[in-house]
Design a protein. Structure first.
Length: 114
């Protein structure tokens, strides 16, 4: 019996374009030889008709499609498709900005009441 890939040991990763946000392809990866979720891979996007980085998203991982969309909304990718800052750092910045905005709104309401 050969040592080929066993189908039970395959996980599919979806790749999304960092420029347009569309799903480019699904790629089978062997368990144990997977990349980290959020991994960037240089692929051809049929929607943009260009080759640039695509973000890897796996089911049931810490980095999912919502995290990718968050990075797209906050413009965390450069024109080359590289990250401007790590996703963890971006989440911290988002949370800190939210807290500061809430404090400013609260202070504005309190000063307006006086």
């Amino acid at each position: 019996m050969g040592r080929g890939m066993n189908t039970r040991n395959i996980v599919f990763s979806d790749f999304y374009c960092t420029k347009c946000g569309n799903k480019v392809l699904s790629l089978p990866r062997q368990k144990g030889k997977e990349r980290l979720a959020g991994h960037l891979k240089n692929l051809y996007c049929p929607f943009c008709k260009e080759e640039h980085n695509c973000c890897e998203i796996k089911q049931f991982s810490k980095y999912d499609y919502i995290d990718f969309v968050t990075e797209m909304v906050y413009n965390n990718f450069t024109e080359d498709g590289q990250r401007k800052m790590s996703y963890g750092k971006l989440k911290q910045e988002i949370n800190n900005g939210t807290r500061e905005r809430k404090k400013a709104l609260f202070n504005g309401r309190v000063s307006g009441i006086r």
